[in-house]
Ligand binder design. Structure first.
Ligand SMILES: [Zn+2]
Length: 215
């Protein structure tokens, strides 16, 4: 994969334009990537939602289970994925960040011995892990990401770091902890940050870091 003209190019990449986007970013933004899961039955239904003008949501890219990537918004434009959010002194993270949605059913419920998503689909044991979310205390069930997906997300983040100077990679659950649990404990977010940014936990927001240096 490579980026040119604010678009991703590659064998497994397709472009489908979503009407759901804002203006161009104000440089030096975007400096952040936000990771999400779709909580949809499949990538196609997620893409349909993210392109529906009435839903007013979008993301820059959607990564399918086989590592196929669909770009919906060019990387120089604000997409609508973060919602009400905060990180340090920053609010409404859309204006700072690129959004990566990963095809994954999310947190599953145990119903009469079956592991089901909120939309009713059942998942087999070998596609599920048991883990405690960083904001929860109970062990619960989460749809696994495929190794191909995590590899592609890693590759994408690396490309975005090179092209846009991305310095922060955050989970949706870290910028909207009261509302969101994605990408959740099935995604190796800390390990990926460790490899790409040299530290597992999120750094201070740039504004907070600057203030710390000044005071
Ligand atoms: Zn999300």
């Amino acid at each position: 994969m490579r980026i040119s003209g604010h678009r991703l190019h590659g064998e497994r990449v397709t472009y489908r334009s979503s009407p759901n986007h804002g203006d161009l970013f104000t440089p030096p933004n975007p400096d952040t990537v936000i990771i999400h899961y779709t909580a949809c039955p499949d990538a196609a239904s997620a893409i349909a939602t993210l392109c529906d003008p009435e839903r007013r949501v979008s993301a820059h890219v959607v990564v399918g289970r086989q590592g196929d990537v669909t770009q919906l918004v060019p990387f120089d434009r604000v997409a609508w994925h973060a919602g009400v959010s905060r990180w340090g002194e920053r609010e409404s993270l859309n204006q700072y960040s690129l959004g990566i949605e990963i095809d994954n059913a999310g947190q599953l419920k145990l119903e009469e011995g079956r592991l089901v998503a909120w939309f009713g689909q059942q998942y087999p044991q070998d596609e599920v892990i048991q883990a405690v979310h960083r904001h929860q205390t109970q062990l619960t069930s989460w749809h696994r990401y495929t190794d191909t997906q995590t590899g592609v997300v890693m590759q994408l983040c690396r490309l975005l770091m090179d092209a846009y100077g991305i310095r922060h990679i955050l989970g949706h659950d870290e910028i909207a902890p009261m509302r969101k649990v994605d990408p959740g404990p099935a995604f190796p977010l800390d390990a990926m940050r460790g490899q790409l940014l040299g530290q597992a936990l999120p750094a201070l927001s740039p504004e907070a870091a600057r203030r710390r240096t000044v005071s």
